[in-house]
Design a binder for this molecule. Structure first.
Ligand code: IPE
Ligand code: IPE
Ligand code: MG
Length: 251
């Protein structure tokens, strides 16, 4: 499968809505948290797979602003799992050149999770193979609202003039200021919605939905998504003929 992929059309940035842990557990008569615990292998596989094909950035939806409304027992279990797994993965991050990053309302996370996250981000900061971003207490509307506040503050203290506000300025004030736009978005578990994820950054992303439940996701599934992506024509508003012309000029 890997050798079927074209290396001139690799998505620079892949975002994944990792969905279906609860259903995966329920299918086996287990509690939802069992599904979350078994999601770790899928995370590793996705990161290694993306890194193998030369993707620069992979961003994972791990916990949304809306997920705080889940039962406290599940929220607590998820936060503990996050802290424990992040620590455990450090040797592999180092071995595989993974630079860890996080986006979202990180101050809302329990102190221990915040501390671990800070440490892991710090020890992996010089890695250059791939940037792995965890979205934690993340919601796109919250991100855009906080971006507007940051820009308004700059206008208020006269470090920015209204006329200079453009798409570039907006991008620089989002949590993802250091990441390229999303090229490919994958959502598992058969749901076909964005659930408040990276709305600005996915403006021109290719969307890929699969019925696989997240704990069953493996690198072959990622390659399949990338193969589909490579067979799509990204026109960015232009016509197909225009793109053919551009292609001829390059080759
Ligand atoms: C995704 O799986 C993980 C998180 C949202 C934290 P779910 O927990 O949403 O699993 P389903 O959708 O209920 O099966
Ligand atoms: C989206 O999944 C959030 C994460 C994967 C972390 P949800 O399972 O929470 O989304 P909805 O509620 O079904 O849209
Ligand atoms: Mg879900």
């Amino acid at each position: 499968m890997l050798n079927k992929l074209k290396n001139n059309k690799v998505p620079k940035h892949i975002a994944i809505i990792m969905d279906g842990n609860g259903r995966w557990a329920k299918k086996q008569g287990m509690a939802r948290i069992f599904g979350h615990r078994n999601a770790l292998t899928a995370v590793r596989e996705a990161v290694i797979g993306a890194s193998e094909i030369g993707t620069e950035a992979i961003t994972l939806y791990a916990f949304s602003t809306e997920n705080w409304s889940r039962p406290k027992i599940e929220v607590d279990a998820l936060m503990n799992l996050l802290t424990k797994s992040l620590k455990k993965e450090v040797p592999d991050f180092q071995k595989n050149g993974v630079k860890v990053n996080a986006i979202g309302r990180l101050n809302d996370l329990p102190k221990r999770a915040q501390q671990t996250l800070k440490e892991v981000i710090d020890v992996t900061k010089n890695n250059t193979k791939i940037i792995l971003t965890f979205s934690l207490s993340y919601g796109s509307r919250e991100e855009i609202t906080s971006c507007i506040k940051k820009i308004a503050e700059k206008v208020k203290n006269s470090t920015l003039s209204i006329n200079d506000i453009d798409e570039e300025i907006v991008q620089q004030n989002l949590y993802t200021y250091n990441l390229p736009d999303v090229d490919l978005m994958i959502r598992t578990s058969g749901e076909q919605r964005l659930s408040n994820y990276l709305l600005w950054q996915m403006a021109y992303a290719e969307l890929y939905f699969t019925d696989i439940l997240w704990p069953d996701f493996r690198r072959e599934d990622l390659y399949k998504a990338v193969e589909t992506y490579q067979n799509r024509e990204r026109r960015f508003g232009k016509t197909s003929e225009q793109l053919d012309g551009e292609h001829e000029q390059i080759t």
